[in-house]
Design a protein around this ligand. Structure first.
Ligand SMILES: NC(=O)c1ccc[n+]([C@@H]2O[C@H](COP(=O)([O-])OP(=O)(O)OC[C@H]3O[C@@H](n4cnc5c(N)ncnc54)[C@H](O)[C@@H]3O)[C@@H](O)[C@H]2O)c1
Length: 318
C-alpha cells in the first residue's frame, strides 16, 4: 500500500498534486505537508495535513514515522526569482533541505523520492534550441545551482544506496488554482489574470523571450507517470527533460487576445530578464518519451482556452 507525503503541498504545484494523488490512492494515504502558508480548507480537511520544515529533519522524520510513509514528493523549494533575491535561503532550503529528505529516504528505507528539477539547471553556455537531456549544466543563478546539485545528489543516492529517486526538469508551469511562488515564468500567469480582470498588463520579461512552458495538468501527469514508471525501463533517474510548448510573452498575449480582444500589454523587463536569458527556448525530451512514454496533452491554444474558462468565474464571478 502506498503512503505518500507531499512536502510543499500548499505551493503552486503541491496544491493541485495532492488532490490528484488523493483521488488516485485514497484520501487517507496522501499526507499533505505545508510550511508557512495556510492551506485551503480542502487541502487541510480532505486528508491528513501536517506542517514540516525541510531544514528541521526531525519534523519530517516524525511525520514519516507517524504515518508510515513510503514515498515522498519533495516540492519544498525557493524558486528562481526569489532565489536571486535571497540566495542564501535558496541554497539552504533547496540543498540542505533536500539533503535531509534524501537522508530520511536512506535511513527509513523509503520506496521512492520524487523531486522536480527545472530548466534553471541549464545556463548561458547550454545550447538553447531543442536542448538535449545530456548537455552543459553551468547555471548562473543560485536556484539553478541548487537544481543541478539536486539532480546529482538524487542520482548519487540511487547509485550508492539504491534509493529510488526520480525527477524531471520542469519548464515554467502555468496554472489557475494557486498563484506561483516567485519564478521567472510567473509573468505568463499574471498575464492571464490581468486579461480576465479586464486590466492592462506590463510584462517583466521582454518581447522575444521564448521559454519552454507547460500547463499544470501535463505537469501533474508527468510527475505521476514518472513515479509509476517501471524502474527497469529507466536509464535516467533525477534529470529528465520534459517539453510541452514554447512561447515568448508577445505570443502569449496574441493567444489571449483571440479570447479577450480588448487585452493590452507592454513590456518593461526587470532583473528576471537576465534569468530568462540564461535558459533554453525548447527541450529535447526524447529520453522521457522513450523511457516512460511522456507525451504532453496541451498546446498554447488549448491552454489559453482552459485558463480563461477556469479563471473567469473565479476572478469575475461570471
Ligand atoms: N512552478 C514552476 O514553474 C516550476 C518550474 C520548474 C520547477 N519547479 C519546481 O517544482 C517544485 C514545486 O514548485 P512550486 O511552483 O509549487 O513552488 P512554490 O513556491 O509554489 O511552492 C514551494 C513550497 O515550498 C514550501 N517551503 C519553502 N521552504 C520550506 C521549508 N523550509 N520546509 C518546507 N516547505 C518549504 C513553501 O511554503 C511553498 O509552499 C520546486 O522544486 C520547484 O523548483 C517549479
Amino acid at each position: 500500500m502506498k503512503k505518500i507525503l507531499v512536502i510543499g503541498a500548499v505551493g503552486q504545484i503541491g496544491s493541485e498534486l495532492v488532490p490528484l494523488l488523493r483521488t488516485k490512492y485514497g484520501n487517507e494515504n496522501v499526507v499533505a505537508a505545508g510550511h508557512s502558508k495556510k492551506p485551503t480548507d480542502d487541502l487541510a480537511n480532505a486528508g491528513p495535513f501536517e506542517f514540516v520544515n525541510v531544514l528541521d529533519k526531525e519534523s519530517v522524520e516524525t511525520v514519516v514515522k507517524d504515518h508510515g510513509i513510503d514515498t515522498i514528493y519533495n516540492l519544498a523549494a525557493i524558486l528562481s526569482a526569489t532565489g536571486e533575491q535571497k540566495p542564501q535561503l535558496a541554497y539552504n532550503v533547496n540543498n540542505n533541505g533536500y539533503f535531509n529528505i534524501l537522508e530520511i529516504g536512506r535511513e527509513q528505507e523509503l520506496e521512492r523520492i520524487m523531486t522536480p528539477s527545472s530548466i534553471a539547471a541549464f545556463g548561458p553556455e547550454t545550447p538553447r534550441d531543442n536542448t538535449p537531456n545530456e548537455t552543459i549544466l553551468k547555471p548562473t543563478t543560485m536556484y539553478g545551482i541548487t537544481k543541478v546539485t539536486g539532480e546529482l545528489l538524487g542520482n548519487y543516492y540511487f547509485q550508492k544506496y539504491g534509493l529510488d529517486v526520480r525527477g524531471l526538469r520542469y519548464p515554467g508551469i502555468i496554472s489557475s488554482e494557486t498563484p506561483p511562488g516567485g519564478g521567472t515564468t510567473d509573468y505568463s500567469i499574471e498575464m492571464y489574470y490581468a486579461a480576465v480582470k479586464g486590466e492592462h498588463y506590463t510584462s517583466f520579461l521582454g518581447e522575444g523571450s521564448a521559454l519552454p512552458m507547460m500547463y499544470m495538468p501535463d505537469a501533474l501527469k508527468a510527475i505521476v507517470d514518472l513515479a509509476e514508471a517501471d524502474i527497469s525501463k529507466l536509464t535516467h533517474h533525477s534529470d529528465f527533460n520534459v517539453n510541452a510548448m514554447s512561447f515568448a510573452p508577445e505570443e502569449l498575449a496574441t493567444s489571449i487576445q483571440k479570447e479577450c480582444p480588448e487585452f493590452t500589454v507592454d513590456y518593461k523587463p526587470d532583473f528576471r530578464q537576465a534569468i530568462a536569458d540564461s535558459w533554453p527556448k525548447s527541450l529535447d525530451d526524447s529520453a522521457a518519451r522513450q523511457e516512460w512514454n511522456w507525451k504532453p496533452g496541451y498546446d498554447l491554444k488549448a491552454m489559453t482556452k482552459d485558463m480563461i474558462e477556469k479563471l473567469t468565474p473565479k476572478l469575475t464571478g461570471e
